[in-house]
Design a protein around this ligand. Structure first.
Ligand code: ASP
Length: 280
């Protein structure tokens, strides 16, 4: 059993060193809870549970505390992939909900599994996901001061390998911050979140770069074709170099390889590898 989580990137300025420490402390708590949960749950159940905890933590740009878009609204995107059934589900740019990853989980059993905007919100209400405003005073202050460039990154993700050998990945984001309404994040696409029987990947970074490199699905395909996870990840991230692509990745392979890599400093992540906590 293995689990790895990320809390996206943060900027390297002095103030953000404090933010980094706070995010690492939060990840250290959440990875413990996620690991405990994995002891008695499947990989899919665990990635949903763990990402929902990350969404509830105001420090991250997902769920509560998400970035505000250019028109002053928060829109959330999240996705889930079950490596066993190869089912992918997600919500794109949904408003006024608390845990988009739980709506993605609900959609996993439906025929139509990726919903956007109002359709996603209507589906959420029909399924008893109540109205919730994910805005925090801190995000509003940042928005008013147009600080998006320094703090905009902080998507969350989780990848798990369960006791049955099954893999799953989940990713959730408030987007880049200040984006044009309607902009689609990578986080609810197979470029940002992908899993099969061989590997599972969750990404963070600039969505446009991640989509251009089809990062998560490319890494998983390479592992499926017998490349070790570390090599597959490095090769895929190298392919972003010609356009200075900005991406960070966490992943686990079915053989138990667990890996993190990023193209730029500094990404926060934590893992439990064979009962031992790994943390950076
Ligand atoms: N990938 C996310 C997006 O582009 C942002 C992030 O990872 O922080 O929407």
């Amino acid at each position: 059993m293995k689990i790895i989580i990320h809390g996206g990137f943060f900027s390297e300025s002095q103030t953000n060193q404090e933010v980094k420490k706070a995010k690492q402390d939060a990840l250290a708590e959440i990875i413990k809870l996620g690991h405990k949960y994995l002891l008695s749950h499947t990989a899919v159940e665990t990635v949903v549970y763990t990402v929902h905890l990350l969404e509830n933590c105001e420090l991250f740009n997902a769920g509560t505390g998400s970035q505000i878009q250019s028109d002053g609204k928060i829109r959330l995107s999240a996705s889930l992939m079950d490596g066993k059934t190869m089912k992918f589900s997600g919500v794109i740019n949904i408003e006024d909900v608390k845990n988009p990853i739980c709506i993605a989980e609900k959609l996993l059993t439906y025929e139509d599994r990726v919903l956007s905007g109002k359709g996603a919100q209507d589906f959420a209400r029909e399924n008893e996901f109540k109205y919730y405003n994910p805005e925090t005073p801190q995000r509003r202050r940042e928005y008013e001061k147009k600080l998006s460039d320094s703090i905009r990154l902080g998507t969350v993700g989780c990848v798990a390998l369960d006791v049955y050998g099954n893999l799953a990945a989940a990713t959730s984001t408030g987007g880049k911050g200040f984006e044009i309404p309607g902009r689609v994040s990578d986080s609810a696409t197979t470029a940002g979140n992908y899993a099969n029987a061989f590997a599972a990947i969750s990404c963070t970074g600039v969505g446009e770069d991640i989509v251009s490199g089809a990062v998560a699905s490319n890494i998983v395909t390479r592992v499926t074709d017998a490349m070790p996870l570390a090599m597959a990840t490095e090769k895929t991230l190298n392919e972003l170099k010609p356009y200075d692509g900005f991406a960070g990745v966490i992943g686990i392979s079915a053989t138990g390889e667990i890996y993190h890599a990023d193209t730029h400093p500094y990404m926060v992540w934590a893992a439990y590898d064979n009962g031992v906590e790994v943390f950076a």
